[in-house]
Design a protein around this ligand. Structure first.
Ligand SMILES: NC(=O)c1ccc[n+]([C@@H]2O[C@H](COP(=O)([O-])OP(=O)(O)OC[C@H]3O[C@@H](n4cnc5c(N)ncnc54)[C@H](OP(=O)(O)O)[C@@H]3O)[C@@H](O)[C@H]2O)c1
Length: 249
């Protein structure tokens, strides 16, 4: 049996970490990527190793294309292959439109949108050596709806969803399947940066038609479905996991 390898960007915490652990339980060796949380990244690696899988920990700001190249060079050296790439890392500046500066735009778009293109290029080069692979990105409802203070992040996620469609077509001949999962509010550390966190959580609790908020595992379940062969005819789509909240006005 070939030992498959998965890279999950931003897997020191939150949805990325949960995805990395699930993939390790399914038998993948894991590349853990982080930008600042070294301790959490190393803890995630320990958990992965406790499942009997290998874990390569790579510090790389995915908003920096030189760091992306270095990360893939390390993956090539350590494993010589890549089968799954989960584009999960995200950051962003939460400000009203009139307070946004060029640096906020560049920071957010570089990490949330540009990274997908340049990681996908590198991932595709490794994946095609072994006959293909799967790419799933994580998006959010702000890509298609208004969310307060969310302008640059929403725009960056809209670009990510558009890029998902282009990658799906152009990487299909390499047998690489590309999709995205978009989520309603999930109570992770990411929400600490939202000025309206409490309000957002309360709204999600009160209004989600499914009767509860989206949890990390709901997102991971959908990612795992898109990484499975059961979904191989789904291409370039963004599947919304929000318990139905985006269906309301
Ligand atoms: N939470 C939500 O409500 C929600 C809803 C829908 C979609 N999402 C999406 O789900 C994904 C994960 O979100 P989360 O809530 O799990 O976030 P989180 O708990 O804040 O974790 C973010 C992860 O991304 C990493 N990261 C941040 N900037 C990075 C960079 N420049 N380079 C590499 N890694 C970087 C962080 O590592 P460091 O700590 O080392 O920086 C961390 O591992 C994101 O794409 C987010 O937009 C979240």
């Amino acid at each position: 049996m070939t030992q498959k390898v998965a890279l999950i960007t931003g897997s020191s915490r939150g949805i990325g970490k949960a995805t990395a652990l699930r993939l390790a339980q399914e038998g993948y060796d894991i590349v853990i990527n982080y930008a600042r949380s070294k301790k959490s990244a190393l803890e995630t690696a320990e958990q992965i190793e406790s499942f009997g899988r290998k874990a390569l920990v790579v510090k790389a700001n995915v908003g920096d294309t030189a760091k992306i190249k270095d990360m893939f060079a390390q993956i090539e050296e350590e494993f010589g292959r890549l089968d799954v790439f989960v584009n999960n890392a995200a950051s962003g500046v939460q400000r009203p439109v009139m307070e946004l500066e060029e640096s906020h735009w560049d920071w957010t778009l570089n990490i949330n949108s540009k990274a997908l293109l340049f990681c996908a290029q590198e991932a595709a080069k490794l994946m095609e050596r072994n006959g293909g692979g799967k790419i799933v990105s994580i998006s959010s409802l702000g890509a298609i709806r208004y969310l307060e203070n969310y302008t640059v992040v929403g725009v960056s996620k809209a670009a990510l969803e558009a890029l998902t469609r282009y990658l799906a077509v152009e990487l299909a001949p390499k047998n690489i399947v590309v999709n995205a999962v978009s989520g309603g509010a999930v109570d992770t550390e990411a929400l600490k940066h939202f000025p309206n966190r409490e309000e957002l959580l309360q709204e999600a609790k009160d209004k989600t038609p499914a009767g509860r908020m989206v949890e990390i595992d709901d997102m991971v379940n959908c990612v795992m479905f898109l990484l499975s062969d059961d979904s191989s005819m789904i291409r370039g789509q963004t599947i919304i996991v929000d318990g139905g909240i985006s269906l309301l006005v």
